[in-house]
Write a protein that binds this ligand. Structure first.
Ligand SMILES: *Cc1c(COP(=O)(O)O)cnc(C)c1O
Length: 394
């Protein structure tokens, strides 16, 4: 039997069977349109959506379920948060602040706005991937309307000082959006204590279904005036038109409920597995480096550079251990990851990096198998690399 080990959970996760079971009735039997509530088919679907909205609100500490808008995923949530807020506040100012290691789903909407008259400041990050809060404070101007900084990075797992960012934004009177797609369900999130005004999340990164996500939009202290970008039937209080994806929404609610209920124990378990992976690899191999923050990091993520190895050739050598070199999007282009470049890594080292991202269904056996597979492969590739040989001799 061929062992297949999936360590690419930051790209997507397998749907939890409990989530799938919760969704199942909403395809063929309970198929109503949540907006057609003149009959029981529609009301049944509407009730399911109400429940899921409460599950999402509870998972992130939102004051009311009315602050949750269902979307097709975090890409859409980020687009609404950034472009919708820009439209709602354009008369107050045209300046937006973000940072260099955001996901493309934040970078590209900001770039789009820049083509349409807005000014965008992109903060740099330090060697561990965190922004400097003082730099943020200094960058905020009279016309700054929005700060968009992710909670946790998808490639390196670095956590940003979100509560501090929230405090700065509040004291300077600007809105704070965070892409928390990789953070929800893995670390505690509370929009109130963290001063978050808009938050994006996605189902398929937390063992829920693909094609569904949510956007939190604050309604009190302050009430955020975000404009919708999809116009149609006025669903989701006008913020996001289109018939609701009821099975997906049910799955998202269930996935968040499961993740948050088990978070403490699961986070400890994943941290142990992740640290065992690093320990196993670093005890067998020289010249490897952990990227990102040593401690302020997602429990499931280890991004590792293997000097004298090209990441793509490494990956091709272990087809049964699924990992990612750089982010999924940039590996299609085969450009060095812009996230790793922002940390100050050379092109060469960025190309020799692998992201290991663990999930709920990984076992200690998976990790031992990956250690064996990766270290054997690295040793073999290095043997064939004259640069490595030269380095060993000198
Ligand atoms: C995966 C991901 C996204 C995109 O989410 P989709 O639901 O696939 O659109 C956005 N931001 C981060 C940080 C992600 O990891």
């Amino acid at each position: 039997m061929q062992l297949r080990v999936y360590l690419d959970n930051n790209a997507t996760t397998p749907c939890d069977p409990r989530v799938f079971e919760a969704m199942r009735p909403y395809f063929c039997e309970r198929f109503g349109n949540a907006a057609s509530n003149s009959h029981s088919f529609g009301r049944d679907a509407e009730e399911a959506v109400v429940k899921a909205r409460e599950q999402v609100a509870k998972a992130i500490g939102a004051g009311t379920a009315k602050e949750i808008v269902f979307t097709s995923g975090a890409t859409e949530s980020n687009n609404i948060a950034i472009k919708g807020t820009a439209a709602g506040y354009a008369d107050k100012g045209l300046h937006i602040i973000t940072q260099q290691t955001e996901h493309k789903a934040v970078i590209d909407p900001c770039w789009y706005l820049e083509q349409h008259g807005f000014r965008v400041t992109r903060l740099g990050v330090g060697r561990t991937g965190q922004i400097n809060p003082n730099e943020l404070d200094n960058a905020i101007a009279d016309d700054t309307i929005l700060v968009s900084i992710m909670t946790a990075n998808n490639e390196i797992g670095t956590l940003q000082p979100v509560a501090e960012i929230g405090r700065i934004c509040k004291s300077r009177g600007t809105l704070f959006h965070t892409d928390a797609t990789q953070a929800v369900g893995k670390i505690p999130i509370d929009v109130e204590s963290m001063g978050i005004d808009l938050l994006s999340l996605s189902g398929h990164k937390i063992h829920g279904p693909k094609g569904v996500g949510a956007l939190y939009i604050r309604r009190k202290n302050p009430r955020v005036h975000c404009e919708g970008i999809l116009h149609g039937g006025g669903h989701e209080r006008g913020m996001r038109s289109g018939t609701l994806n009821v099975p997906g929404i049910v799955g998202l609610g269930k996935a968040l409920e499961i993740a948050v209920a088990g978070m403490e124990a699961e986070s400890a378990r994943l941290t142990r597995l992740r640290d065992r992976l690093w320990e196993g690899l670093s005890s067998r191999l020289s010249d490897i480096f952990l990227n990102g923050h040593p401690t302020e990091r997602l429990p499931n993520t280890a991004n590792i550079s293997f000097r004298y190895i090209e990441g793509e050739s490494l990956i091709m050598g272990f087809g049964d251990v699924a990992v990612s070199s750089g982010s999924a999007c940039s590996s299609a282009l085969l450009e060095p990851s812009y996230v790793l470049r922002a940390l100050g890594l050379s092109d060469e080292l960025a190309h020799s990096s692998i992201r290991f991202s663990l999930g709920r269904f990984n076992t200690p056996e998976d990790i031992e198998y990956a250690i064996e597979r990766v270290s054997t492969r690295v040793a073999k590739l290095r043997e064939m690399n004259p640069l490595y040989e030269m380095a060993q001799e000198s």
